[in-house]
Design a binder for this molecule. Structure first.
Ligand SMILES: [Fe+2]
Length: 458
């Protein structure tokens, strides 16, 4: 996952345009890919898959993953699981094999019907230097210590190039493995994960062991760069018929988010700044109507954004607000109606969503002019509106969504039902390049790409 060379991007942009691979956001006609593929359900990797292997040792740390641990990127939360009780501790330093500093954390455990989790440890490492590589070690030598590394982001600022990976609805199938392997070949520096992680709830009793296998599967990426978590419907784990009535209980035990750092009161919605971007994470499956905590949070979070410091403003949400597939149609509509006027006023650049197991990119559109009597109920091209990207095509057990509404709505710029991942490559304060990579192609190939100009600085 090497960072791309910043001096080559103008040449790459030129190539994209020359070969017709880069769409213009001002286009007026969308397209539906005729790429044909099998529509069989994806198959989960077997329990004895090497992707799920437990590390060596008498009580080895496993399921290691990172997320940002503060508002500005100077802290990291290291999470891992041990089967037997162990002290939550991470040693770290700037040289491989040398860990002069240590941070202590806390341990949690949960029960879900007849399942009891391992010991889940969360350790916040704070006061890190920006743009610095750190090596860290979890576990004790006696139990089977393991070393990983991460690189902190540049300080929030307008001229810091940065590349975000984007994956949604990953699951743990053979297709999921293809998606993650492709992403590992990219130069993505931080993962924007759009919800629906393990699909444990596709198994009887929401079989929580599938969370353990999934966390071992994604460790190859998530132990080396932060995953910015969004919660989806598959994280709800709300099953009153077996007495499980606390929404998001397993997710919240396993995948902490730095919600407190943005004055949020819930792990399900929060914001962070990372390099040139402010990222606001929303929850489709928590209350969002007027006066609710999430509503109040979003308005305050938008107000707090300083585009001179972080020119790019990105929203992550699970259920898409613009979706022209015949799957989950209109599920995001009520949230769109409530929040869209605010995000257009704030000139949000991009809204990423998952949920629909396919890919779709919109033109910059809004649908906020309708007032019941004026009849303006069609999305309009709007220079202040974000680009909407649906990318719930990580590869999960439920398979692809391959049935489109026809004709393609005027707001839909490109759509294709293939598994893949995306890269949001911020070049500077005015320009970002979005590329979508389908699993059938080599990582260097993009099946959809567009130059996105900043809503405030261009
Ligand atoms: Fe979903």
């Amino acid at each position: 996952m090497m960072r791309g060379l910043s001096w080559v991007w103008p040449a790459v942009l030129l190539m994209l345009v020359l070969v017709g691979g880069a769409a213009s956001e001002g286009s007026i006609a969308g397209s539906t890919s005729r790429y044909v593929r099998r529509l069989a359900e994806s198959v989960d990797l077997p329990y004895d898959s090497p992707y799920f292997a437990v590390p060596n040792g008498i009580n080895p740390p496993q399921q290691v993953h990172l997320t940002q641990g503060d508002y500005d990127g100077r802290a990291v939360i290291v999470s891992y699981v041990t089967v037997k009780l162990s002290k939550p501790k991470v040693r770290y330093g700037k040289t491989e094999g040398d860990h002069p500093w240590q941070a202590k954390g806390y341990t949690t455990q949960y029960k879900f019907y007849n399942y009891t989790s391992g010991y889940i440890h969360h350790v916040i490492i704070s006061n890190l230097e920006y743009d610095t590589k750190y090596f860290y070690k979890v576990g004790t030598e006696e139990e089977g210590a393991r070393e990983f590394f991460f690189t902190t982001p540049p300080a929030p600022g307008p001229d810091a190039p940065y590349t975000f990976g984007v994956i949604g609805d990953l699951g743990q199938t053979f297709d999921s493995a293809d998606t993650l392997e492709h992403y590992l070949q990219s130069y993505g520096q931080t993962m924007l994960f759009l919800g629906d992680l393990a699909y444990q709830d596709n198994y009887p009793l929401h079989y929580q062991v599938r969370f353990d296998t999934w966390s071992r599967f994604v460790e190859r990426s998530a132990a080396y760069q932060p995953f910015i978590w969004t919660t989806g419907n598959h994280e709800l784990d709300y099953v009153p018929e077996i007495g499980e009535t606390v929404p998001f209980k397993p997710f919240n035990h396993r995948f902490p988010t730095p919600y407190w750092a943005s004055n949020s009161t819930s792990p399900q919605w929060y914001s962070i700044r990372r390099g040139p971007a402010t990222i606001i994470v929303l929850s489709s499956y928590s209350a969002y109507g007027k006066y609710t905590p999430q509503y109040v949070f979003l308005l305050a979070a938008l107000k707090a954004v300083d585009r001179k410091v972080t020119p790019w403003l990105i929203i992550l949400v699970h259920s898409p607000w613009y979706n022209s597939y015949n799957y989950h149609y209109m599920e995001g509509e009520t949230m769109r109606v409530i929040f869209e006027p605010f995000i257009v006023a704030a000139k949000v650049d991009v809204v990423f969503a998952g949920h629909v197991h396919a890919y779709e990119r919109s033109f910059p559109v809004s649908n906020i002019k309708y007032n019941i009597t004026n009849g303006i109920c069609t999305p309009q091209i709007d220079p202040s509106a974000p680009t909407y990207i649906t990318i719930g095509d990580g590869g999960n057990i439920e398979g692809l969504a391959a049935n489109y509404t026809e004709p393609q709505p005027s707001y839909s710029a490109f759509r294709e039902a293939s598994f893949g991942h995306g890269l949001f490559d911020i070049k500077n304060k005015t320009t970002a390049v979005w590329t979508w990579h389908r699993n059938q192609d080599g990582e260097a190939v993009s099946a959809d790409s567009v130059v996105i100009l900043n809503k405030v600085h261009s």
